[in-house]
Design a protein around this ligand. Sequence first.
Ligand code: ATP
Ligand code: MG
Length: 426
Amino acid sequence: MSRKVQAIRGMNDILPGQSSIWLYLEKTVAEVVHGYGYQQIRFPIVESTDLFKRGVGETTDIVEKEMYTFDDRNGESLTLRPEGTASCVRAADQAGLLYNQVQRLWYTGPMFRYERPQKGRYRQFHQIGVESFGISTPDIDAELIILSARLWKKLGLLEHVELQLNTIGVAAARESFKLALVEYLSEYKEKLDADSQRRLTTNPLRILDSKDEGTQSVLQNAPSLEEFIDEESRLHFERLKSILIDNGVPFTINPSLVRGLDYYGKTVFEWVTTHLGAQATVCAGGRYDGLVEQLGGRSTPGVGFAMGIERLVLLLEVLNLIPEVAKEKIDVFLVSVGETAELASFKLAEQLKDTNDQWAVLRHCGGGSFKSQMKKSDKSGARFTLILGEDELVKGICQIKDMSTGEQIECSLDSVANYLSQQFSN
Ligand code: ATP
Ligand code: MG
C-alpha cells in the first residue's frame, strides 16, 4: 500500500455529523441577516497580496506573520484571504456599489492564517461576516450589534456570551494617544514582553491587549486612550450605548479593547465567552470609515463584524445546544428483497418524496439478505422501516415497522404515504 497523504496541519475536514451543525448554524445566520435586509456577496479566496497589506495594515500580526502568500506562474504575488472585510470592500467598490449608496452585505467562507493550531485556532478557519456601507451614524453600529444579539438568542447562546465595547476615536485622536503611550512605555521598555517592545515602534496600540503580566502592570499607570477620544467619537459612542440600553442589549466597556486590524476607528466590539478557554472571542468587529478610501475608493463609511464558525460550533457542542431537527435524521428506510421488489421500492421511495420532499427517505442499495438490510436500517436511526418482498408484492402491500416500538403493521401500497403523513404529524 502506498503512503497516505495527510491534510495540512491546522486545516480540518468537517466530517458527516459535524457538518450538520455547520449547516444548522449557517442556515440560522442566513435567516437572521436576511431578516435585517442584508444580502450575500461572494468573492474569491485569493486576492492580490497588496489588498491585504493596504487593507489590513503592514504592521498587524496578520500581515507581518500570518499570511499564506505565494507567487503565481506569472510572478504575481497572491494571498489566500486572511479575513473578509478588505475583499468585501474591493469587490463592492469594483462593482460600483459603494460610493453614495447604502449597502448591507454578508459573506461566509474559509479564511487562512498561519497561526499555531490549537483548540479554536486553526490555519484554515471559517468566518461569517456582516458589513454595512454608506452610513456614518451610530444607529447602524447599533443595528449590527442588535442583529448579532438576536442571532445568539436564536441559537440559545445569548446568556453565554458577553458584549464588550469600546471606542478608539478618529485617527488623529489615536495618533496623539500613541505618542503619549510610546513616550510613557519607552521609560519602562525593559519591563515589557518582547512582542510589546517590538510593537513600540510598529503598532503601539496593540500593546494594550498584551496578555503579559509585566506589561500589564506597566500599563496600569499609562495614559488612557479614553482621555484622547475626540468629541465626535465620544458623542457617537454615547448614542450607540443609549440605543443598546434602550433595546435591552447589555454590554461592558473594555477600555483596552483595540482590535488587531488597522482599519478600525470609533466603535470596536467583541462578543466573548468563558466556555472556550483562551480562544474566547466568537465575534468581533467595529467601524472602519477610512478603509474604502485607503483601498483607492471614494470615502465611504463602513461598519461590520465577523464571527468564527469553528468557535461557535464548539460553543454549541460544549453547551449541548444542537437541536434535534439539526441532526439530519433519516425518516424512512426502505428494505427490499428480490429484483421485482427492488423496482417497487424505487417507485415507493419516489412516491413518498412526491408526498413530502422534506422526508429523508433512504433506500437500501446493494442487495443482500433481509436480515443484513434490517441491521442497516437499525443503524441508520430511521423512524420507520418499509419492507418489500415477493410476498408483499403479490398482496399489494408493504410492512411498516416502527423502529422505536418494534411494532409492525401491513399497509396497502396506495396508502403508505397517507399513513406516514399521519404518523409524522403526531
Ligand atoms: P484572536 O484574537 O482570537 O486571534 P482576531 O482578533 O485575530 O482573533 P478577527 O480577525 O477579528 O480575529 O476575526 C474574527 C473572528 O474570527 C474571531 O473573533 C474568531 O472567532 C475567528 N478567528 C480568527 N482567527 C481564527 C483562527 N485562526 N481560527 C479560528 N477562528 C478564528
Ligand atoms: Mg488573531
